[in-house]
Ligand binder design. Sequence first.
Ligand code: MZP
Length: 498
Amino acid sequence: AYYYTEPSRTFSEYLLLPNLTTKDCTPANVSLKTPIVKFKKGEKPDVSLNIPFSSAVMQAVSDHGMAVALARCGGISFIFGSQSVQDQAEMVRKVKGYKAGFVVSRSNLTPDHTLKDVLQLKEKTGHSTVAITDNGSPTGKLLGIVTSRDYRVSRDAQDKRVADFMTPFSSLIYGKSGITLSEANDLIWEHKLNCLPIVDGHQNLEYLVFRKDYDAHKENPLELLDSNKSYIVGAGINTKDYEERVPALVEAGVDVLVIDSSDGYSEWQRETIQYVKANFNAKIGAGNVVDREGFLYLVEAGADFVKVGIGGGSICITREAKGIGRGQASALIEVAQARDEYYRETGIYVPICSDGGIVHDYHITLALAMGADFVMMGRYFARFDESPTRKLRVGNNFVKEFWGEGSNRARNWQRYDTGGKQGLLFEEGVDSYVPYAGSLQENLDKTIGKIKSTMCNCGSLSIEELQQKARITLVSATSIVEGGAHDVILKESSLSEE
Ligand code: MZP
């Protein structure tokens, strides 16, 4: 056997040291844009994200609802593959069908309502809507609602609805213009117009809706309308039924595929990647791996990105059940070094995704600093309204259900299969609850705020800069204690004692 001399380590064993923060290094100037598929030096990746977040390929996390919500915030969901090919393709189709930018609908909302009210209305009516607020936050004043293509109202009624709805907001509505939405967008940006473009089902502009006090510099409604484009979505596949699953997903419009497996260093994965590359013009990630050899094997097989992590997931008992895995930080550091070396030698940059084991928000910043281009999270997203599971009351707390793909509940045997008899012989995941945490957007805003602030402490305005400049130190067990509140009597606990 080969013995590693260093123990394998987790994120909580590391801290970042601050670098000089220059005056222009403010959270507002930080960009979290990141590539998720490979690209050649000097070129741009075909698919990138505005925030380095992806939601896990899990029944309890990534359905079409989560996918739309996360894509709207700039991330991506990978729709779970442990369901029939038809059901998974249908979910992808639903996400791609959420084409925003068609009709402004009438509702009982007034300018005093907030995005929260819109979300409640959306839940009640089931309409797919994008709400536009004056400062982009849920508490901002509502400027308008844009519904999707499938919002059915007759032509006349629709016109009336637009007019009625916009009356409280608008100072002016221009009638039919005969230009396309993208032409309109160019005009709007060139002239910095304070307006919303409304288009018909053929993407031709029907109205420009203006609001007197609308400040186009504060918020870019066109970005929220994501123009002429649908939301980005990924989907998980396995190494067993890919010849049936991949064509259906591609046909449904999926943007990125990923082979979902607890151990990706296998000939099964190489064959799957090669099948996809030979038959489709599709992007495909592979994994999971925890070392240099696994990374290079998948890259040479043609993977567009590689997922890192075995056994660190919150619901995962693989390490206990089988004794394989590696501390997430050690795995990531080694794979990132292999990726950088590969880039220097070939000029091809292969993004890596740190998957599983993120517990605190700062773990995300650490993962990025250690070389991850984006992270994948299950537990984090499972806590929100948008995850597909039930919200329950346990004692005095609200919780959401969250179960592993290797649990008896999910029975995703393909994820753990190493050949041989089909079926799940033993469990590698648990069925659990996570504390309910509210809406995705509110929580993401906070997490992103923390990441950007830490990046400023590290003097970095982009993920790439953070990766180059970060100074990371190991912490001793005693100094971890020093990091929390200590040697004080916390007010909350002393009050509850009374
Ligand atoms: P976490 O964000 O909840 O800590 O981890 C989520 C990750 O755990 C998933 O993306 C996947 O890689 C992994 N996972 C999913 N199910 C299991 C299991 O049942 C698992 N063992 O390990």
